[in-house]
Design a protein around this ligand. Structure first.
Ligand code: URA
Length: 237
């Protein structure tokens, strides 16, 4: 159970942990077991991620027909996001592109292939992290998201963050960074450090699509990813 910086544990989280523990122990007793073996990565941890995935599924059902902005009229699919409920890291992109709109999955086009390679380079598998976007629907012709679209869509991302409770958020590109950090600062001022996003560490790097256009930015992205990985490894120790 994670403590806050003041060494306190929220009651709600504690209650959730007790409920999961109770259910698990009851199952064990029903099976006739009267002792418990806890391995390093215990069943409890898996139960936690099951709960997260259930909550994400429920959220998806609630919001998949969203029509709060005009993008619902032109979308093929609502692109919710994808990944593991266990993930400590959430990658946030800008908005679905053509491929993503057609498949209903984030980062599956050219930029997505590069994102997969970036993840591999820091020893993450795509399915171990969580990937989402600021906008869940494709802006026609891949134009930049409009402020009103970001404002209407933001509650969806905030709810995903609330459920996932990532330890690190990686904003991919200027639009995601500025939307999350509520700033107009340029990307170069936002990179190279961890920001505090409501108690979550947030790092900013180049959007993979920008790396495809400007390969000279890849070195900077690699520096950002090494920072992210170092922080991640310290957190999970
Ligand atoms: N670009 C993004 O920002 N997100 C995607 O899902 C795909 C491309």
């Amino acid at each position: 159970m994670e403590k806050s910086s003041k060494g306190l544990i929220e009651y709600e989280k504690l209650l959730e942990a007790f409920a999961i523990t109770k259910k698990y122990l009851k199952q064990q007793i029903d099976l006739g077991f009267d002792q418990i073996y806890l391995s390093k990565k215990s069943e409890l941890e898996n139960n936690f991620s099951d709960l997260v995935e259930q909550k994400l599924k429920k959220l998806y059902q609630r919001i998949k027909n969203c029509n709060k902005c005009s993008l619902h009229k032109t979308r093929t699919n609502f692109v919710f996001g994808q990944g593991s409920g266990k993930s400590k890291v959430l990658f946030v992109g800008e908005a679905p592109g053509r491929e993503e709109d057609l498949r209903g999955e984030p980062f599956v086009g050219h930029a997505g292939k590069l994102l997969d390679k970036i993840l591999k380079a820091i020893d993450f598998k795509r399915e171990e992290v969580y990937i989402a976007n600021v906008l869940k629907c494709r802006p026609p012709g891949n134009r930049d998201p409009q402020p009103v679209e970001i404002k209407e869509c933001e509650p969806h991302l905030l709810q995903q963050i609330e459920i996932l409770k990532p330890k690190i958020i990686c904003a991919l590109g200027r639009i995601a960074a500025q939307a999350l950090l509520k700033t107009k600062a340029p990307l170069n001022q936002l990179r190279g450090k961890f920001h505090d996003y409501h108690g979550i560490k947030l790092i900013v790097t180049y959007h993979p699509a920008a790396l495809l256009r400007y390969p000279q930015y890849k070195k900077g992205c690699w520096e950002d990813m090494k920072m992210l990985k170092r922080e991640h490894d310290e957190i999970i120790q």
